[in-house]
Design a protein around this ligand. Structure first.
Ligand code: HOZ
Length: 426
C-alpha cells in the first residue's frame, strides 16, 4: 500500500479551489484525519486511488451502488442513453418506465415526480405537505438528515453531525423555528409536540431506518405509532427513503415494516449512481403539483434520460428473484463476523444492521437515538478507520454514517474485512 502521497498533493491543490477541497463536507475526512484519497476508478466492490492503491469499498457512493461499481448493465445503459442525447428538457419514455417501476414497487406511490437529488425530493415533499395541509410546522428527528434545505438543518445528521454543527448559519431563525426536532424512536415526544401545536403540524418526516447518525433501526411500534399520530393530527407522514429505498427491501423500508406513509422521498439507488431523486404519494396529494395544481416545483435536468437509464438498469437487476436474500445473507455474514470479533476481544462496541446497511458503533449500545450515538468513542473510531484503510478497507469516514454492502461483495471480501478488523486489534 503506498502512502497516498499523490492524493495528498492533489488534495492540497483542491483546497485552494474548493472549500475544504471537496464538494460535500464528509469527503474531507475531517473526523478521521489524514488526507482523503482521490479515487480514480471503481470496479465491483473495489475502488482504486490515484496512488495505485486498491480498496474494498463500503461507501458505495453513500448508498447508490448496490450492484457495485461500473456494473456492466448500468454502464451499457448509460452509454446507450448518452449516445441518444444527454438531455432534452422534454418528456421521454425512460422516465415513464421508471415512474411505473417505482409506483409498482413502493406501496405508498400512486404518482411520482422525478428530481435530481434527495435534497430536492425532501424539500419539495415538505412544500407539498405545507401546501396541502395549509400548516407551517414540520417535525423531524435528531440525527436524521433530509438534505440541506433550510427547514432540515436543525439537529441534522450526516456531515452536519460529523462536523458538530447544531444548525447552520444562513438559515433564518423564522424558518428554523418552524422545525421541531425530536429524539428518534420517541413517540411520546411526538405526541407532546402535537398537543403543543394543535393544527399547526404539516408533516412528520422520518428516515424509517436512520442512516445518517450511523444505522439506527426503528424500535417496534415507532413507525406505526407515527402513522397513527399523524393520521389523528391531520398531518402528513413523510418517509425519507433516500437511503432505504430499494436498499432495505424492494419496496423500501415501508414494505419491510408494513407502514405506508403519505409521501415518500427517494434518491440514490433509483439513479444507479447518477443524480436522481423522486418524491411521490397518493394521486390526490400529488395533483396539487404544477401543472395540475398550484404548488410549484421544476427542474431543467429532472428526469434526465442518462440518469434515468442508470436507475432503470439498476432496478431491473434488483428485481431478479433472490437478490434481496443474497444481500441479506452477505450483510448478515459481515455483521456476524464483526460481532464475533467484538465479543472475542470484549470491545465496548456494537454492530447495528438493517439489511445491507450497517454501522460498527464504538459504544456498547444498543443505539436508539442521537444521544446514544453520540456516546461513541470518536477517537477509537478514527483509529479504526485509519487501521482498516491501511489494510485496504475503505469505510465511511465518520462514525455517523452507514456502511453499504453491495451485491458485488464476495464472501471472501466480507471475511477479509472481518480479518482486517482482527488484525488491526493485534
Ligand atoms: N450526505 C451523504 C452522507 N450521508 C454524503 C454525500 C457525499 O459526500 O457524497
Amino acid at each position: 500500500m503506498s502512502d497516498g502521497e499523490r492524493s495528498a498533493r492533489l488534495f492540497e491543490r483542491a483546497r485552494k479551489l474548493m472549500p475544504g477541497g471537496v464538494n460535500s463536507p464528509v469527503r474531507a475526512w475531517g473526523a478521521v484525519g489524514g488526507s482523503p484519497r482521490l479515487l480514480a476508478r471503481g470496479e465491483g466492490a473495489r475502488v482504486y486511488d490515484v496512488d495505485g492503491n486498491r480498496y474494498l469499498d463500503y461507501v458505495a457512493s453513500w448508498g447508490p451502488l448496490i450492484l457495485g461499481h461500473a456494473h456492466p448493465a448500468v454502464v451499457t445503459a448509460v452509454a446507450e442513453a448518452a449516445a441518444r442525447g444527454t438531455s432534452f428538457g422534454a418528456p421521454t419514455p425512460g422516465e415513464l418506465e421508471l415512474a411505473e417501476l417505482l409506483c409498482e414497487a413502493v406501496p405508498s406511490l400512486e404518482m411520482v415526480r422525478l428530481v435530481s437529488s434527495g435534497t430536492e425530493a425532501c424539500m419539495s415533499a415538505l412544500r407539498l405537505a405545507r401546501a396541502v395541509t395549509g400548516r407551517p410546522r414540520v417535525i423531524k428527528f435528531d440525527g436524521c438528515y433530509h438534505g440541506h434545505a433550510d427547514s432540515f438543518l436543525v439537529a441534522a445528521g450526516s456531515g452536519v453531525l460529523t462536523q458538530g454543527i447544531p444548525g447552520s448559519p444562513g438559515v433564518p431563525p423564522a424558518i428554523a423555528e418552524l422545525t421541531l426536532s425530536l429524539p428518534y424512536n420517541d413517540l411520546e415526544a411526538v405526541r407532546r409536540a402535537c398537543e403543543r401545536y394543535p393544527g399547526e403540524i404539516a408533516a412528520v418526516i422520518v428516515e424509517p431506518v436512520a442512516g445518517n447518525m450511523g444505522v439506527v433501526p426503528p424500535e417496534p411500534g415507532f413507525l406505526s405509532g407515527l402513522r397513527e399520530l399523524t393520521r389523528r393530527e391531520g398531518a402528513l407522514l413523510i418517509f425519507d427513503e433516500v437511503i432505504t429505498g430499494f436498499r432495505a427491501a424492494w419496496g423500501g423500508a415501508q414494505a419491510l415494516y408494513g407502514v405506508t406513509p403519505d409521501l415518500t422521498c427517494l434518491g440514490k439507488i433509483i439513479g444507479g449512481g447518477l443524480p436522481v431523486g423522486a418524491y411521490g404519494g397518493r394521486r390526490e396529494l400529488m395533483e396539487h403539483l404544477a401543472p395540475v395544481g398550484p404548488v410549484y416545483q421544476a427542474g431543467t435536468l429532472s428526469g434526465n434520460p442518462v440518469a434515468v437509464a442508470a436507475g432503470l438498469a439498476t432496478l431491473k437487476a434488483l428485481k431478479e428473484p433472490g437478490v434481496y436474500d443474497t444481500l441479506e445473507s452477505k450483510a448478515a455474514l459481515l455483521a456476524a463476523g464483526l460481532t464475533q470479533v467484538i465479543r472475542e476481544r470484549g470491545l465496548p462496541c456494537c454492530v447495528q444492521r438493517v439489511g445491507s446497511m450497517l454501522t460498527v458503533f464504538f459504544t456498547p449500545g444498543p443505539v436508539r437515538s442521537l444521544t446514544e450515538a453520540q456516546q461513541a468513542d470518536l477517537e477509537a473510531f478514527r483509529r479504526f478507520f485509519q487501521g482498516m484503510l491501511a489494510q485496504g478497507i475503505y469505510l465511511p469516514p465518520s462514525q455517523f454514517e452507514a456502511w453499504f454492502v453491495s451485491l458485488a461483495h464476495s464472501e471472501a471480501d466480507l471475511e477479509a474485512t472481518v480479518q482486517a478488523f482482527r488484525q488491526w486489534l493485534g
